[in-house]
Design a binder for this molecule. Structure first.
Ligand SMILES: CC(C)(COP(=O)(O)OP(=O)(O)OC[C@H]1O[C@@H](n2cnc3c(N)ncnc32)[C@H](O)[C@@H]1OP(=O)(O)O)[C@@H](O)C(=O)NCCC(=O)NCCS
Length: 182
């Protein structure tokens, strides 16, 4: 992971968020449960990674791999029979990486009420070439005030990820320089 922001490639035209935004819908079954009988968090995380990967592939026009997944929040339990909608869009782009924001909604199978938000996550995908090396992506072009807010929030998360990584690397180097082994 690079420690500096290199900015978008000026030779690639930008793309709006709406060009790749998508939703994956899935009915939860008995195979998806944990010991409590509600849906296992890992099942939801797989759907989140699947839909985020689809969005990253569509935005970048080719293969993209998950570089990190952070701030996965589970807000409400999901039950067997619930119809789950996993909505994703590119929030932010760097040179070759994209932050994808995901919202997980559940329509309860036995209630005729609007879907409830049951989770959310932010993932970073890196677009890669045939050799698995990072390749440049189109800059995302926010279209609405909500898109602009999401872009700005993603930029804050990006800054924190880089700062955290730098701080941890410095700590490890300092410990190694002091001859501390663990
Ligand atoms: C992600 C991967 C391509 C990055 O390769 P790299 O040699 O570290 O390349 P870079 O340091 O140039 O990183 C490329 C971009 O990804 C970002 N990135 C890399 N690792 C990251 C991480 N852990 N979190 C957030 N962003 C990350 C970098 O900041 C950079 O962004 P930018 O180009 O927009 O500035 C590489 O680590 C990889 O292939 N990982 C395995 C991915 C995979 O298999 N995922 C599925 C898991 S089963």
């Amino acid at each position: 992971m690079t420690n500096q922001d290199r900015g978008p490639d000026p030779e690639i035209s930008g793309k709006p968020n709406s060009a790749s935004r998508t939703t994956l819908s899935h009915i939860m079954t008995g195979n998806d449960t944990n010991l409590l009988g509600t849906v296992h968090g890992g099942v939801i995380m797989k759907l989140v990674d699947d839909v985020a990967g689809a969005v990253a592939g569509r935005h970048s026009g080719g293969p993209a791999v998950t570089a990190s997944m952070d701030e996965m929040a589970f807000l409400e339990p999901v039950r067997v029979g619930d119809l789950v909608h996993v909505k994703a869009q590119v929030n932010w782009t760097g040179r070759s990486s994209m932050e994808v924001g995901v919202r997980v909604l559940a329509e309860r199978w036995n209630e005729s009420k609007p879907a409830v938000q049951v989770g959310s996550a932010y993932l970073v995908f890196a677009a890669v070439d045939a050799d698995g090396k990072p390749r440049p992506v189109p800059q995302v072009l926010p279209e609405t005030e909500r898109d602009r807010r999401r872009y700005q929030e993603a930029q804050i998360r990006r800054t924190h990820r880089l700062a955290r990584r730098r701080a941890i690397m410095e700590l490890r180097q300092n410990r190694a320089a002091e001859g501390i082994e663990d």
